[in-house]
Design a protein around this ligand. Structure first.
Ligand code: MRU
Length: 349
């Protein structure tokens, strides 16, 4: 397919001495880049959702490690690693659920530990490789996932899994881009994704750039939409996929998946292997990020809830493997995932 036609946005720009991050809190009406000059600024940007989406968080953290490396002198990688321990800790603590963050930091740590005097160049190469490989994985997953969708289908997606959430093209949104390009997908629906509105502010905006008509729905409209027969697949991303195929994703994915099963709509989870965590046996062991209740009490900075009201704000949930029809990764498709099928593709934990 013509990738350039379908994928123009880049949320992360490495500038050699700083990392420019497209401020996703301000989209779609303001396009502004936040300039990060050190690892702490990158960690703060990840925590504040300037940059978001599991793969993008991992990529940003890897560049954050490079920024940290630029500030220390060391004879070799092992020595640098010791000096960078605090920066790595800060980056890792920025958000807890997306395993891509831990994966990317473990990967740069590993190459650093083995690097000699040229450790900083090695570190920079590794961060660049993490980014390049993510884009390639997304393009490949797009083709694999689209092939599962029958021509003439409608799909529903949740949150934002597009170029904004990755090195480019997207995971679930990559499948949707490929599916539309191949004429398999005729209708695209996106749920708004309260409280940060990643669906409403980011996903439908991304699709508009590509000339793909998408219809926005309220999160609570998903089951009703499925009942009408307008969608055949729920296509979503993931922040962590466990050894048994349980998948953590944006809050609301689980209830969409339950509704999908009830209405005979299939569920596809699309994520690179960097999102697969074979060391976590099942979803109950995933730390679900809890964010400030204030995120629920206001919209766009305007308070919408009476004073004195409390709110509970978990921002991810876990869809059990039993509700998932296919997990699509760049290593292949796991249909009806369970522990043995996952191990068949990803090995033991
Ligand atoms: O809180 P966010 O916006 O970082 O949550 C993002 C999601 O839940 C995405 O669906 C997931 O990270 C996959 S992105 C390719």
């Amino acid at each position: 397919m013509d990738f350039d036609r379908y994928d123009r946005i880049r949320p992360i720009r490495w500038q050699g001495d700083r990392l420019s991050l497209l401020d996703q809190r301000k989209l779609p009406f303001v396009t502004e880049y936040v300039q990060c000059h050190d690892a702490d600024a990158v960690a703060a940007a990840i925590h504040a959702l300037v940059v978001r989406g599991a793969p993008a968080i991992g990529i940003a953290a890897a560049w954050g490690a490079v920024l940290a490396g630029q500030r220390v002198a060391a004879a070799d990688g092992a020595q640098a690693l010791a000096k960078l321990a605090r920066d790595f800790e800060h980056l890792q603590a920025a958000r807890p659920t997306a395993v891509n963050l831990m994966w990317a930091l473990a990967r740069v740590r590993r190459v650093l530990a083995a690097a000699g005097a040229d450790w900083l160049a090695v570190l920079e190469c590794e961060a660049a490789a993490i980014e390049t490989e993510d884009l390639a994985a997304n393009r490949y997953m797009g083709a694999l996932g689209a092939a599962l969708i029958a021509p003439g289908s409608g799909v529903l997606t949740h949150c934002n899994t597009g170029s904004l959430a990755t090195a480019g093209f997207g995971t679930a949104l990559g499948v949707i881009r490929a599916g539309v390009a191949e004429g398999r997908i005729e209708r695209v629906y996106a749920s708004e994704t309260r409280p940060w509105l990643q669906g409403a502010r980011l996903t439908v905006w991304e699709l508009v750039q590509d000339g793909i008509a998408a219809t926005l729905i309220a999160d609570g409209a998903a089951a009703h939409l499925m009942k009408t027969g307008a969608v055949q697949w729920l296509v979503v991303g993931a922040d962590r996929i466990c050894a048994n195929g349980d998948a953590a994703n944006k809050i609301g994915t689980y209830s969409h998946a339950i509704a999908a099963r009830h209405h005979g709509v299939k569920v596809m989870v699309v994520a690179p292997s960097s999102t697969v965590d074979m060391a976590t046996a099942h979803g109950d062991d995933i730390e679900i990020e809890m964010r400030d209740p204030d995120e629920l009490l206001a919209m766009g900075g305007v308070r919408t809830v009476a004073d004195g009201v409390q709110a509970w704000n978990p921002v991810f949930d876990v869809t059990p493997a039993g509700l998932i029809d296919a997990i699509v990764t760049e290593r292949g498709v796991v249909e009806r995932p369970d522990t043995s099928r996952m191990a068949g593709v990803f090995g033991a934990g």
